[in-house]
Design a protein around this ligand. Structure first.
Ligand code: TPP
Length: 684
């Protein structure tokens, strides 16, 4: 069994039970060092799965680290993609990649992405991170093996909270129906998920009876008893005629006293002191060269930052947010707060309205939907936890709305506005029901979690749905106003999109926010306080000032557009009309047409694949007869038809060319084109 030379078929290394126990502890240690170096990631679930991972990679699975694509290898799928660091240390200890390299976890350019991407690292079988999909992929692989007459096994690792996804049960039914005895599923039953105990969030037990009812062989073991793990996996290999599931009872945070059974350690990394304490708890003090590894991580970061800065456009002064000039004076002072905070504030304020019902999707604290009920026990009966079940929850929201309630549901935008797209389309939009869908943590600025968690396509779908209203506010203050408006004033399907990272506050309580109407933002004077140097008016109250160009932006790209206006004025003497197009649907046609007609240059800026904002603006321009014969040139800032990746939020803003400096670069190009065209006309 186990690690083999694919060419000769010989076993290259055999691990005893004791060696496996020791390896699992060492893997836990390396896992925590990588998390510490990354500053983020999932400690709890990586520690609970580690004994199983050690047994699988080092003893049970037949694979060859030197030949990761060996066609007859066993496949190990990590449906629970957030446990990526446990996957990486498994690959490292088995010899697929250098164990020491894993310390670059979640950093820009690292193959060790926040969630696994099979195209980045040999040994990863599939990309994952959106829960509940792995078992379906396993079914596909198992069917392929059957068609090809192959004998290898497909292992699929899942969490117990993950069992709340309906897709898991579709796959369980399929595997049972097709008698896929080449599938061995392992469920890490640590009884916790993000919002608390699985039994409280959404009960999944009795899992044994459920899987048995779907035609599976069920084994239940202590997931930290190495002999039991090995025996169960070996037994599972021998089962014929039906798929096998191993329910492994585990402890979240296993091995580290202050992490065990603590929900707070689900998605958290230890700091340096906590790491030292954790390694001592694991009995690893002195066994891992922690300082060398952390130095390696630091070096990687330095190189990545250097490469990034070398390629970034730069002008004579550094005008980055809160940059300091040579006299140590804040050149671009702004306060920062995540837009998501405004969402929570509005829910806390408006939640007294008895019609409002908030739906939890197991990410309630960080997207701030929990602010609806926190400290307000009288709202508890209007807080409904649905667990990790975005599709059903969306249709349930439609049911609540049909009965006169005002449901609000939210998750990472990619799960609340993509995973459940057909439910939004048919149950909410086609029925024209009054549901507020919140797309949180949108855009690349989610950062280190990587591509699977960076919604960059949600607006295409939301804008394309009849009856849907779409608002993308620019800062926390505007998010609060927009949420209040959508909740209490607007009746119908509605989508609000906001972000995770702290971004500049560029509006105030007195800044106009009129649903469906754009604001014009103009730089008036250089001021030490960035925001007060600008004046904001409703676009319809604004008179043309013959600016050189317009930048039309939404969401956190509005502050970037304002900073670009500053750079353009200070460095190049150009005047910019910034349009804050917070409402994308219905769109302010008049403001867009005027900006185009009056300035002749339109640049759109969106933290999304190019086209949600750019496409809508282009349509407005192309379809407006008053622009016939008017010369307008345009460009679009946004993500250029590629997936996101891991990195620090502001690094990614640069990598994906979304910064004010990139907007400036595009503006200068268009201004020079406009100038040449004008000169050409004069000479002609
Ligand atoms: C479709 C989807 N919804 C939400 C999330 C966010 N999320 C990441 S981990 C997690 C909790 C998983 O709980 P569980 O399966 O029990 O794993 P464990 O507790 O072992 O980490 C959630 C909700 C996600 N990654 N995918």
């Amino acid at each position: 069994m186990s690690l083999r030379d694919a060419k000769t078929g010989k076993v290259t290394k055999e691990y005893s039970i004791d060696e496996l126990r020791d390896a699992a502890q060492l893997m836990r240690g390396h896992n925590l060092v990588a998390l510490c170096a990354a500053g983020s990631g999932h400690a709890g679930g990586t520690l609970s799965i580690m004994d199983i991972a050690a047994a699988l990679y080092l003893r049970i699975a037949e694979h060859d680290p030197k030949n990761p694509d060996w066609p007859d290898r066993d496949r190990i799928l990590w449906s629970a993609g957030h446990k990526a660091p446990a996957l990486y240390v498994s690959l490292g200890i088995a010899g697929f990649c250098p164990l020491d390299d894993i310390v670059t976890l979640r950093k820009l350019g690292s193959p060790f992405q926040g969630h696994p991407h099979w195209l980045k690292l040999p040994g990863i079988e599939v990309s994952s991170g959106s829960l509940g999909q792995g078992l379906s992929v396993a079914v596909g692989m198992a069917l392929a093996a059957r068609i090809d007459g192959k004998k290898h096994k497909i292992f699929c690792l899942m969490g117990d909270g993950e069992q709340q996804e309906g897709e898991v049960w579709e796959a369980a039914m399929e595997a049972g129906h097709f008698h896929l005895d080449n599938i061995i599923a392992v469920i890490d039953c640590n009884r916790l998920q993000i919002d608390g105990w699985v039994k409280d969030v959404m009960q999944v037990e009795p899992l044994a009876a459920k899987y048995a009812a779907f035609g599976w062989e069920v084994l239940r073991i202590d997931g930290h008893d190495m002999s039991q793990i090995v025996d169960a996996l070996e037994l599972a290999r021998a089962v014929t005629g039906r798929p096998v599931v191993i329910l492994a009872d585990t402890v979240k945070g296993k091995g580290v006293s202050f992490m065990e059974n603590q929900p707070g350690w689900h998605g958290k990394a230890p700091n340096r002191e906590e790491l030292t304490a954790a390694l001592a708890d694991l009995g690893l003090a002195g066994r891992i060269p922690v300082d060398d590894l952390l130095a390696k991580a630091k070096h990687w970061q330095t190189e990545a930052s250097h490469a990034l800065e070398t390629h970034a456009p730069r002008y004579s002064r550094n005008l980055w947010w809160n940059a300091r000039d040579a006299n140590q004076i804040d050149a671009m002072h702004v306060d920062m707060e995540p837009t998501r905070k405004g969402f929570g504030r509005a829910l806390a304020e408006c939640g007294g309205d008895e019609r409002i019902v908030c739906i939890g999707l197991d990410i309630s604290g960080s997207i701030t939907i929990a602010d609806f009920y926190s400290g307000k026990p009288e709202r508890a009966r209007r807080w409904i936890s649905m667990g990790i079940a975005e599709q059903s929850a969306t249709a349930a929201a439609a049911g609540l709305a049909r009965e006169g309630k005002l449901p609000v549901l939210g998750s990472y935008a990619t799960f609340s506005a993509a995973r459940n797209l057909d439910q939004i389309r048919v149950s909410i939009c086609y029925s024209n029901l009054n549901v507020l869908v919140a797309g949180a943590h949108a855009g690349v600025s989610v950062g280190a979690d990587g591509a699977t968690h960076q919604a960059l396509e949600d607006l295409f779908a939301m804008l394309g749905l009849p009856n849907m209203t779409v608002v993308v506010p620019c800062d926390a203050i505007e998010t609060r106003k927009a949420t209040r408006h959508l909740l209490l004033e607007h009746v119908g399907p509605k989508y609000i999109r906001f972000a995770r990272e702290a971004t500049p506050i560029v509006t105030s309580e007195s800044t106009p926010f009129v649903f469906g109407k754009a604001n014009v933002i103009r730089l008036r004077a250089e001021n030490r306080d960035f925001v007060s140097a600008f004046e904001t008016r409703l676009a319809e109250d604004y008179s043309d000032e013959c600016e050189d160009l317009s930048i039309i932006a939404c969401g956190p790209m509005v502050p970037e557009a304002m900073r670009a206006a500053w750079i353009l004025k200070q460095e190049f003497g150009l005047e910019t009309r910034v349009l804050n197009l917070h409402t994308l649907k219905p769109i302010d046609v008049e403001a867009i047409v005027r900006a185009a007609r009056e300035t002749g240059i339109v640049i759109t800026a969106e933290e999304h694949q190019i086209g949600a904002l750019a496409g809508r603006v282009s349509l407005v321009l192309a379809a407006n007869p008053t622009l016939y014969g008017v010369p307008v040139i345009a460009s679009a800032i946004g993500v250029k038809d590629r997936f996101g990746e891991s990195g620090a939020p502001w690094e990614l803003v640069k990598v994906f060319e979304l910064s004010a400096e990139h907007i400036t670069e595009s503006a200068l190009e268009l201004v020079s084109m406009k100038k040449h065209a004008a000169e050409h006309l004069v000479t002609a």
